[in-house]
Design a protein around this ligand. Structure first.
Ligand code: HSE
Length: 416
């Protein structure tokens, strides 16, 4: 019997407790030993839970229990999860987490601590919910140089955009629905402003390239400025608006990494990933594109990935798993986002839309006009025909603004 402990009995944590209970036999046949959930740490009371006798409010019950070999951290947030994780690893316990904020911020340090204490720190559930993605990158695709990773990494925003695209539902209503369904973060700003997707692309990039990529260094834009008009223009262009996290290794050795809404052509595999589903494309030099698809949020899908890591830890109590990346504090490993090449879609407002369109043509060079039904005469929209550095796009936008043309929306064109 292997004793494990759970810290945090929220949406994901309660899913973990449920799977450990309902799938006991299945897990036993995989490991050859029973997993015993000995302690559950939470400040709240759960008198109705069949595991009510396992609850504690005292972290020491877990930290100082030498029988506990694996600790599951599903508390979310950085504190106190960071301190608790460090203590557990220092005690030689393996730690499994779904906490992308913690991994994105302190992953290198915690992986080093795990290594120093001959323990494992695993976090499959931190990216893509129930989708296997970290283990495939670390194991199945290890023979490849990863040229690029691009994905829809946040279920809440994908759910919102899908509602906007398919049902013409206003943003606020769709966000409320996502929160009611338990997809959104405690603070929805992390979802809608792109921070959650940023943490996830940072984890993917860190794993794929072996260097810790810090979220604060990654240019991140959310979906709060996307209007139903943009969704319509995307359709007339032949695509959809998706929030994409993307990283690409440049020849310079620097990483081109960004999180932003993008027009994605209908021909792309990422265009048809809807609702709370996530999709992640990994471009390997041997395999070509490999796409992973599944539920990126929600109780049982995420708990499924957590439990898989628990099983892996139970199978590797003595021999460590080889999952590691190095710290990069003070090192330059990300290219300036203003040098990133892209085409762009712009929606503009001007009293004289035709003259303004001609001005846009002068400023950007080749552009293609887009149309939509019921557009006001003052509105016009276009996509550029050639890729430009993002900094040049910002300068061109400023030139339009100084000519009295309001830029209502600017969205990158995803080459996906
Ligand atoms: N809020 C996150 C999302 C949960 O919507 O994807 C899963 O990480």
């Amino acid at each position: 019997m292997i004793s494990v402990a759970l810290m945090g009995h929220g949406v994901v944590g309660s899913g973990v407790a449920e799977i450990l209970t309902t799938h006991k036999q299945k897990l036993f046949s995989s490991i050859g030993e029973e997993i015993y959930l000995k302690h559950i740490l939470d400040l709240r009371e759960f008198p109705e839970s069949p595991l009510a006798d396992r609850f504690t409010k005292d972290f020491e019950d877990i930290a100082s229990d030498r029988e506990v070999r694996v600790v599951i951290e599903t508390m979310g947030g950085v504190n106190p999860a960071y301190e608790f994780t460090k203590r557990c690893l220092a005690e030689g316990k393996s730690v499994v987490t779904s906490n992308k904020e913690l991994v994105a911020r302190h992953g290198a340090e915690l992986l080093q601590l795990a290594k120093d204490n001959n323990a494992n720190y695993l976090f499959e559930a931190s990216v893509g919910g129930g989708i296997p993605i970290l283990r495939p990158i670390n194991q199945c695709l290890v023979a490849n140089m990863v040229d690029e990773i691009a994905g829809i990494l946040n279920g809440t925003t994908n759910f919102i955009l899908t509602k906007m695209i398919n049902e013409n539902m206003p943003f606020d209503e769709a966000l409320k629905l996502a929160q009611d369904l338990g997809y959104a973060e405690r603070n929805p700003e992390a979802d809608v402003e792109g921070h959650d997707a940023c943490r996830k692309i940072c984890i993917l990039a860190s794993l794929a390239y072996g260097k810790h990529i810090y979220p604060d260094n990654v240019h991140t834009e959310g979906i709060t400025k996307i209007a139903l008009e943009d969704v319509e223009y995307a359709a007339s262009w032949g695509g959809v608006v998706k929030l994409i996290g993307k990283c690409k290794l440049l020849e310079s050795g620097l990483m081109d990494i960004v999180v932003a809404p993008m027009f994605v052509p209908c021909t792309s595999q990422l265009a048809n990933i809807n609702d709370v589903f996530n999709g992640i494309m990994v471009r390997g030099d041997c395999t070509g594109d490999v796409v992973f698809y599944g539920k990126g949020a929600g109780k049982l899908p995420t708990a499924s990935a957590v439990v898989a890591d628990v099983v892996d830890c139970c199978k590797h109590l003595k021999a460590r798993k080889r999952l590691f990346w190095v710290d990069t504090k003070g090192e330059d490993c990300i290219a300036d986002y203003k040098e990133s090449l892209t085409k762009i879609y712009l929606r503009c407002i001007s009293q004289d839309a035709d003259a303004a369109y001609n001005k846009a043509q002068d400023v950007f060079g080749g552009i293609t006009r887009l149309t939509r039904a019921d557009a006001d005469a003052s509105e016009f929209a276009f996509v550029t025909e050639n890729e430009m550095p993002y900094g040049d796009i910002l300068k061109a936008q400023a030139e339009l603004e100084s000519a009295g043309i309001k830029v209502a929306s600017a969205i990158r064109i995803g080459n996906l």
